[in-house]
Design a protein around this ligand. Structure first.
Ligand code: UT7
Length: 325
């Protein structure tokens, strides 16, 4: 027998306001045709004034708890992955904890930008399987609209706001990687040499301002395909599995061309890749749990299936996880 962390509920939340490519083309030198052809993005959701990352995170968490048939009383750990917390501190996770009416348990944030959910999942998995905690809310939530330079067409068209959440529960499983439910293996990487390819040009310790997102997109793209296919292979090997065993890839949603190229490198059918980038754009740490929730709720993901979660982001950071549903 082996203690595994099993996903027992998913949830998500998107702000009401939708911004289409045409809306952006009305105020920037861009076009729906360029954005769709280069990225696959058609629209994105944008938080309303006064709607914070913690609000999106709390709504997604409530939905995940409902799906799991649990209440906040049943949770003893909250990990929020975000690069856009409401304030520099306290951690967004403790704000979510308060909004859920919890005064028990442990809540903290993980900062790994677009890879944040994979980092949060890996940390929560270690705390659950190690026996320190029993049930966790793992949340990816972002309002990148607050850190975009809305005059910069090379970045403004790429991102959106949203949140996704899972409830992770420690359960005893038979101990067989081919049939155990839950997180089978996780692998993370980072390499700070590439900080200047994707970053925010401000912060509390430097400019004293929040700053705006800056990206050398073409170079990030090149690294993304290589790093993602490599870490996906690595996690499969760690789980003693092969790409033929994978039912669904639930990837970070940065660019449709990255999703397709990465799947192809692993010999997977593009139809096995869960795609939401067209509707949500890049929601950074929220994109993997948002895509997961979509594919769970529309019935694509079924018990016993093997999922490969992956993401890459600023730092660079990147990671993957093999999860049996
Ligand atoms: O989530 C974290 C990870 N992030 C990523 O993975 C993002 C990775 N990068 C990408 O997805 C792509 O590189 C982009 C979508 C950002 C850009 O696509 P690209 O095919 O690499 O385009 P490019 O940057 O090479 O730009 C091509 C042309 C340039 O014009 P010139 O120099 O050829 O005249 C850009 O100025 O497209 C121009 N351009 C635009 N044109 C219309 C750049 N942005 C726009 C725009 N509308 N919004």
């Amino acid at each position: 027998m082996k203690r595994r962390s099993v996903i027992i509920g998913t949830g998500s939340h998107l702000p009401q306001t939708i911004l289409s490519n045409d809306d952006l083309a009305a105020r920037l030198d861009t076009s729906d045709a360029w954005i769709v052809e280069r990225t696959g993005i058609r629209r994105r959701h944008i938080a309303a004034p006064g709607e914070f990352t913690s609000d999106l995170a709390t709504a997604a968490a409530r939905q995940a708890l409902e799906a799991a048939g649990l209440t906040p009383d049943d949770i003893d750990l909250i990990v929020v992955a975000t690069a856009t917390p409401d304030q520099t501190f306290p951690a967004c996770a403790t704000v979510v904890q308060h909004k859920l009416g919890m005064t028990h348990g442990v809540a903290f944030d993980v900062a790994a930008v677009c890879s944040g959910f994979l980092y949060a999942l890996t940390v929560a998995d270690a705390l659950l399987t190690g026996g320190a905690h029993a049930r966790a809310l793992v949340i990816g939530a972002e309002t990148f609209s607050h850190i975009l330079d809305w005059e910069d067409r090379t970045t403004a068209v790429l991102f959106g706001d949203g949140a996704g959440a899972i409830v992770l529960e420690a359960q005893m499983q038979p101990g067989d990687t081919a049939s155990d439910r839950g997180v089978i293996a996780c692998r993370l990487h980072s390499d700070g040499r590439y900080n200047d390819l994707l970053y925010v040009d401000g912060g509390p310790g430097s400019t004293g301002t929040t700053g705006k997102l800056r990206m050398k997109g073409r170079e990030v793209f090149r690294h993304a395909v290589t790093n993602l296919s490599s870490v996906m292979g690595e996690v499969l090997e760690a789980a003693s599995l092969q790409s033929a065993d994978v039912d669904w890839v639930v990837p970070h949603q940065a660019n449709l061309r990255i999703l397709e190229a990465t799947a192809k490198k692993l010999g997977l059918d593009p139809a096995q890749v869960v795609v939401t980038v067209d509707r949500h754009a890049n929601t950074s740490a929220a994109s993997v749990p948002l895509a997961l929730d979509v594919a769970v709720r529309d019935g694509r993901i079924q018990p016993g299936q093997l999922l490969l979660l992956e993401a890459m982001g600023g730092g660079f950071t990147w990671g993957a996880a093999a999860v049996r549903w």
